[in-house]
Design a protein around this ligand. Structure first.
Ligand code: SAH
Ligand code: SF4
Ligand code: F3S
Length: 454
């Protein structure tokens, strides 16, 4: 009998990738994925530990699912298994079972290839089972290779873990040490994604630009070299990568932005703060001027590159002056898009025990000042694309009948209604209007005709 699997994903794109890999692994063991928790035989919460709010959400969700499970048991006599995967599982391990004793399986992000065995041992055990090992084998070697793209844009994890130990961050503890997948593996997975319909590949890693590995030519490759090899794969139209650390933006990668046509003129490069004092306390190991110089070099290589970033306000010891330095940096650089967060003290990180924690109301005010500025920049960036003709890759159906949503090279979502356009098409679109978070357009040349014409 086919059983049903429901996965709920929190956190970053790497969790989205992991959820897909768990689903394809379990498909080999009789599980079919469903959007509806009420019909599932197994529910996996793939969790995020980055901020307190994200982590706490897991427990309220678990409580809700436990009530659903009890109702189903009562009314239909059917069982359901509950699993917690991802970064909360890794960080809290046995503690998950203490807080939610009804959980069946707790599995960390580097051990989920063992899910089939965990399911089997759960049947034998009386309580929940926990696997938060950082196993010697790589999950990528153990997982089934039959990866398929879920749509025209596909994620591909090439690097995991982090050795940088920023003082606010849990990732080095939840994902473990920095590792890179071999180039041959990555190229192989990329070919499968393209064969199953991917037109864009987004390379993923906690520090994706730290990726390095032996290439098929026996030489040590860096991310720039890998991107050049991917750009040769027939059928691929776009390449992106995320998330990058400023210190790993090497010269070759910057040059690739100017030279590799498939590499999109868009970069998510978290800066976190514009104050050198705060950056040092965060252990980011660059200054605001270092960041400015990297951006200058990127813009020299690729003048139309658009930047996105992450910010934390209210890190311990952050003064009004530090906050203003961040606002100044934002004004100088001009971001097309950004994420900003209030500092959340995380257990086990150095930041959480630093003196001079910033009061909540100060964080609130600083966050709204920063967000007002970033939103205005995003609005201006979107407004400036009105009237331009941009290549758009259509990635998903829109909300209205006949409407599709695609993305410009700059990650902007564009809504287009055109019966000629299909998912996966790359078309030239004139941008006719902008909204705070998306654009509207009309096609000027359908799939690839513009390229043949030029
Ligand atoms: N590896 C990436 C970031 C990964 S975490 C980098 O080095 O930039 C994603 C974002 O979450 C971070 O960029 C940071 O802005 C935010 N973040 C991480 N820990 C946080 C914390 N304790 N409180 C608030 N925001 C945090
Ligand atoms: Fe976290 Fe810093 Fe590593 Fe990014 S570089 S994952 S912020 S420790
Ligand atoms: Fe969250 Fe883990 Fe990603 S903590 S942001 S899911 S690496």
């Amino acid at each position: 009998m086919r059983r049903k699997l429901h996965i709920r994903t929190y956190g970053c794109q790497m969790n989205v990738y992991d959820s897909d890999r768990m689903a394809s692994l379990l498909a080999h063991h009789g599980y079919e994925r469903t959007d509806r928790p009420e019909e599932a035989d197994l529910i996996i919460l793939n969790t995020c530990h980055i901020r307190e709010k994200a982590a706490e959400k897991v427990y309220s969700e678990l409580g809700r699912l436990q009530r659903l499970r009890e109702r189903r048991r009562r009314e239909e006599g059917r069982e359901m298994l509950l699993a917690v995967a991802g970064c909360v599982a890794q960080a809290e391990g046995e503690l998950v079972l203490e807080r939610a004793p009804y959980v069946d399986i707790v599995v960390g992000p580097q051990a989920y290839h063992r899910l089939p065995e965990l399911l089997a041992s759960r049947e034998r055990a009386r309580g929940g089972v926990v696997d938060t090992d950082f196993p010697p084998e790589s999950k990528f070697d153990e997982l089934p290779k039959d990866v398929v793209a879920g749509g025209p844009s596909a994620f591909l994890t090439i690097q995991e873990g982090c050795d940088k130990f920023c003082t606010f961050c849990v990732v080095p503890y939840t994902r473990g040490a920095e590792t890179s997948r071999p180039a041959a593996d990555v190229l192989d997975e990329a070919r499968r994604l393209i064969d199953s319909g991917a037109r864009e590949i987004v390379l993923l890693g906690q520090n994706v630009n730290a990726w390095h590995g032996e290439g098929p030519d026996g030489r040590e490759w860096n991310l720039a070299r890998l991107i050049r090899a991917l750009a040769e794969l027939p059928g691929l139209e776009r390449i992106r990568y995320t998330t990058s650390h400023p210190n790993d933006m090497d010269e070759e990668l910057i040059r690739a932005h100017g030279e590799v046509e498939l590499l999109m003129p868009w970069l998510h490069l978290p800066v976190q703060s514009g104050s050198d004092r705060v950056l040092a306390a965060m252990n980011r190991r660059y200054t605001a001027d270092d960041y400015r110089r990297i951006v200058d070099r990127l813009r020299e290589a690729r003048p139309d590159i658009a930047l996105s970033s992450d910010f934390i306000v209210g890190f311990p010891g952050e003064s009004e002056e530090d906050h203003e330095a961040t606002l100044r940096l934002v004004e100088e650089i001009g971001f097309a898009q950004a994420y900003s967060f209030k500092y959340s003290p995380r257990p086990g990180t150095p930041g959480s025990v630093m003196p001079r924690q910033v009061p909540e109301e100060v964080k609130d005010r600083r966050l709204s000042e920063l967000q007002a500025l970033l939103e205005e920049q995003q609005r201006r960036f979107n407004a400036a694309t009105v009237g331009r003709v941009l290549p758009v890759l259509f990635e998903r159906p829109g909300r209205h009948p006949g409407q599709l949503v695609g993305r410009t090279p700059y990650m902007q979502a564009v809504h287009v209604s055109d019966p000629e356009i299909r998912l996966g098409d790359l078309a030239l679109v004139e941008i006719v209007a902008y909204h705070p978070h998306s654009l509207a357009g009309r096609t000027v040349a359908p799939h690839r005709e513009w390229e043949r014409a030029s």
